[in-house]
Design a protein around this ligand. Structure first.
Ligand SMILES: Nc1ncnc2c1ncn2[C@@H]1O[C@H](COP(=O)(O)OP(=O)(O)OP(=O)(O)O)[C@@H](O)[C@H]1O
Ligand SMILES: [Mg+2]
Length: 258
């Protein structure tokens, strides 16, 4: 028997915007069913790492593997690009991204929003997609909102619709970029509950979050990024309970004080 392949394996990733080095050699591995939280101060490179992982951003050096399959590149350095468009599409559809701003289509009903990508990108059967979409909307607690438009939902409901949309692609992993930070505290809890349910189901997830309680509750592994490098990482009990790095201690006490 072969050992299970990690779903996502990033090795020594470097990313710069022009002269600004944002990621300076970052490696993370997400095993199937594991939840990784990325924490760190503003500008430390969390969103950039997530976007590179999904190939929404180019990177200049380092490897990205998806279920053992390495991304193939052409060119090098600032000229490096993914070489295989079909591979990029395959990877993107297998890694659903949920953003801070939910980016729902304003002119489509909630149900249509959730059905759109499986129909147009994956070309799945409409009846099956509709059944699945209704199921995912029910799962995130807004099964009664199928026929309304995004503007008619609260922020927390819109974010849950965005999560249902991500789930409807039946991805291998979900990537969350601050999924609760645009929400009022009470609405935030609705979304936290959905994320906890997904974690309990054994979904593979990478979550960028400022919510240390969420990170502590759901993560198998927490990564603290500082200025484009991993300053410290480990299980949440260790990272939050006994942080070694002075910078992490400073970050945590500033976060708790906020
Ligand atoms: N498209 C871009 N062009 C140029 N610089 C960028 C771009 N996107 C991000 N940066 C810079 O890269 C650095 C890392 O940004 P990133 O968005 O990854 O940080 P972050 O850790 O997600 O921060 P936050 O917690 O504020 O979301 C910052 O200095 C930012 O200004
Ligand atoms: Mg960010």
């Amino acid at each position: 028997m072969t050992a299970a392949q990690p779903v996502i394996e990033i090795t020594n990733l470097h990313k710069a915007y022009g002269a600004l080095e944002v990621l300076k050699g970052v490696s993370i591995t997400a095993q199937k069913g594991h939840v990784i939280s990325l924490i760190g101060s503003s500008g430390s490179g969390k969103s950039t790492l997530l976007r590179c992982c999904n190939l929404l951003e180019d990177s200049q050096e380092g490897e990205i593997r998806f279920k053992g399959e390495p991304v193939t590149w052409k060119g090098s350095g600032h000229g490096r690009r993914p070489a295989d468009a079909a591979q990029v599409l395959r990877m993107r559809t297998n890694l659903s991204m949920v953003f801070q701003q939910f980016n729902l289509w304003a002119h489509m009903s909630i149900l249509q929003n959730v059905m759109e990508a499986p129909l147009t990108v994956l070309r799945r059967d409409r009846d099956e997609v509709e059944k699945a979409a209704r199921g995912y909307l029910a799962k995130v607690g807004i099964g009664d909102k199928c026929d309304v438009y995004p503007a008619q939902l609260s922020g927390g409901q819109q974010q849950r619709a965005a999560i249902a949309r991500g789930l409807c692609m039946e991805p291998e992993a979900l990537l969350f970029d601050e999924p609760t930070s645009a929400l009022d505290p009470e609405l935030e809890q609705e979304v936290v509950r959905v994320i906890k349910d997904l974690a309990a189901e054994g979904r593979t997830m990478i979550i960028v979050t400022h919510d240390m309680k969420l990170a502590a509750d759901v993560s198998d592994h927490v990564v603290f990024l500082h200025q484009g490098l991993i300053e410290e990482q480990g299980p949440p009990e260790t990272l939050f309970g006994a942080p070694k790095s002075e910078r992490l201690r400073g970050f945590l006490s500033a976060t708790h004080a906020a």
